[in-house]
Design a protein around this ligand. Structure first.
Ligand code: PLP
Length: 404
């Protein structure tokens, strides 16, 4: 077992919830923040804060330096070839909407097809549907197996000469399935189809290398990797970003403005209109430093141990059925408790200080494919321990007692 002892880095654990130690098993929805992230943001506001790019004064220059360093931190984290391939967005949802509104509106036309999977989060479905209503392309959907797996062959079977984009999740937020994204990308590229990977649930559980993977776009949210809310990133290959028009207009994204003709900055600035979330970039950079300091490989090994332990313990519990048992999974355990609504499970666990999520997890098509309305979802973070899983198991035994 690879043990991490990280709870001490997170102030949220210095409290009791309903009289119990906090057992936080909802990191897939949003991860807790280490002290170093909170301190970096406070320090920035206390000493270096000003608006970026537009000031000659000392504080504006310091703030700009922090912002630019934040971009390099994301570049290093994803191993992007160039700093200008990183566009700051408010999160993964915003990043996918950016690609749909800019790349999609420019390059998709009626009669084209794009390929998604049944496992996608609504954030990788609805932006495409909104665009589809305007343009009239077709969305084709690769199915999931009953164990929550997505087969490479089911994705590639949908490729044809009309396919213009593949947009798939790296890791399913509802079930934890890891998709074979490298193989999907290679197969799509063999047919000159660009690929967007939604890395929201992947980045915090193992290292990501966008060059090795050869993704054309890769998106993630800072708040799921121990950073603040309101910040995330779109990685896009330089050559592709350069072909994309702005999708929002305003300050900072222009080169010059006249009422006759306005010209735009090069990427990434072209896509960052208005005052960005500057302190949040500082917080995100601190979070990426924090996980790099521990080591993504160590985090992945720790969480793999917890996932295996949790899978074994839950599978052995009477009346509990795991949903999503694909051979390759990351840090998420979805399940149903016989005869008990997932929301009731959540409420009873909460009374014991255990935070889980119950519902459709913004993945209604996946739930429907599995014949379910909702599941209970446990999602692990680097601060979780085997003790947390034991507390969950005890909590679930209580749920069963109450409903027996
Ligand atoms: N994609 C996946 C797989 C997710 O799990 C989530 C959030 O749960 C999102 C996209 C959207 O992330 P955000 O709400 O941070 O934009």
């Amino acid at each position: 077992m690879v043990g991490l002892d990280a709870k001490k880095d997170f102030p949220v654990f210095d409290q009791r919830i309903h009289g119990h130690p906090l057992v936080y098993l909802d990191s897939g929805a949003s991860a807790q923040k280490p002290r170093c992230v909170l301190d970096a943001m406070t320090r920035f506001y206390e000493t270096d804060y000003a608006n970026i790019h537009r000031g000659v004064h000392e504080l504006s220059q310091r703030a700009t330096a922090h912002y630019d360093e934040g971009r390099r931190a994301v570049q290093r984290f994803l191993n992007a070839a160039h700093e200008d391939e990183i566009v700051f967005t408010s999160g993964a949802t915003d990043a996918i909407n950016l690609v749909a509104a800019s790349w999609g509106r420019t390059f998709l036309k009626a009669g084209d097809e794009i390929v998604l999977t049944q496992l996608e989060h609504h954030a990788n479905i609805v932006p495409w549907q909104l665009l589809q209503e305007q343009i009239g392309f077709t969305i084709r959907v690769a199915p999931i197996q009953s164990n929550g797996e997505v087969l490479l062959a089911d994705v590639t079977a949908l490729f044809n000469e009309k396919t213009k984009l593949v947009s798939v999740t790296h890791v399913s937020n509802a079930l934890g399935t890891i998709l074979p994204v490298e193989k999907i990308i290679a197969a799509a590229h063999a047919k000159n189809i660009p690929v967007l990977i939604d890395g929201s649930q992947a980045v915090s559980h193992g290292s990501v290398d966008v060059q090795k993977m050869d993704a054309d776009f890769y998106v993630f949210s800072g708040h799921k990797i121990y950073g603040p809310t309101g910040i995330g990133a779109l990685y896009g290959k330089r050559a592709i970003l350069k072909t994309m028009p702005p999708y929002q207009g305003g300050g900072d994204m222009i080169e010059s403005v006249t009422f006759e003709k306005t010209t735009y900055q090069e990427p990434p600035m072209r896509f960052e209109a208005g005052t960005p979330p500057i302190a949040e970039v500082v917080g995100l950079a601190a979070a990426l430093d924090y996980v790099a300091g521990i080591g993504m490989e160590k985090i992945a090994a720790h969480e793999a141990d917890l996932l295996a332990y949790g899978t074994e313990k839950l599978a052995a519990l009477d009346g509990v059925r795991l949903v999503g048992t694909a051979p390759h999974k990351a840090s998420i355990l979805s399940f149903v408790v016989e005869g008990v609504h997932p929301h009731d499970v959540g409420t009873i666990l909460d009374q014991q200080g255990i935070a889980i999520r119950a519902g459709h997890h913004c993945a209604q098509p996946a739930m429907e494919a599995l014949g379910l309305m909702a599941t209970v979802r446990v999602s692990l973070g680097l601060y979780n321990t085997r003790g947390d899983i034991d507390a969950l198991v005890d909590g679930l035994k209580k749920v069963r007692e109450i409903f027996s």
